[in-house]
Write a protein that binds this ligand. Sequence first.
Ligand code: F6R
Length: 241
Amino acid sequence: MRVVTARDYDQMSRKASYIVASRVILNPKCVLGLATGDTPKGLYRELAFLFRAGDVDFSGVTTFNLDEYVGLTPDHPNSYQSYMREHFFRFVNVSPGRRHIPDGAAPDLAAECRRYEAAIERAGGIDLQILGLGRDGHIGFNEPDVKFETGTHVVTLAESTLEANARFFARADDVPRSAISMGIRTIMSARRILLLASGAEKAEAIRGAVMGAVTPDLPASVLQLHPNATVIVDEAAARTL
Ligand code: F6R
């Protein structure tokens, strides 16, 4: 696991954007795994900037998002479909046919999980998976006590995750209680991983992920076993390293 430190959130985002852009430049048909949440917003902004400057072209790129809330239709303002449109897709030229996000409104969720895994496989697997980090160490929506061998599955969100995500919804009760998420097996199958963490509230989880024992109690700790994982942390998140 490679640990790169950045001065602050903006520098973390810029460094991450250079890593992602370099993958796309070297392999214009690469498959990117994408995350939502607050952490990657700066990365998407920087990538949009590089795209506008003509430095990177996403027209051949395929994307797979990590997760989606169960019960939200793609046009719901809090769906991850909406998030991706607002923060990334409307600024760059990823072809609509090559953007993949689990369908949280699918009538048969188990079938949707199987379909999603098969689509990732058909695309040749993920070249570079971007991850944020939950305060409890979750990646995707793989909460503590996770099973490392699971693929894309339906998860019940931990109380702490519901609380953390309530800030995006009008009322805390509106936060969906479950989600479809890539599993740890799906994430670990990516050829490269880029984990981003910013802010003091992530410091403890980062310490566990980078230096602690590999344990299902802190899902991100499994990344220590990945042959090509990079972590970019800002100074606040790196405080206890
Ligand atoms: C998002 C995701 C989550 C977030 C994590 C951190 O697709 O899967 O694991 O990365 O909850 O969220 P933020 O970045 O909002 O602190």
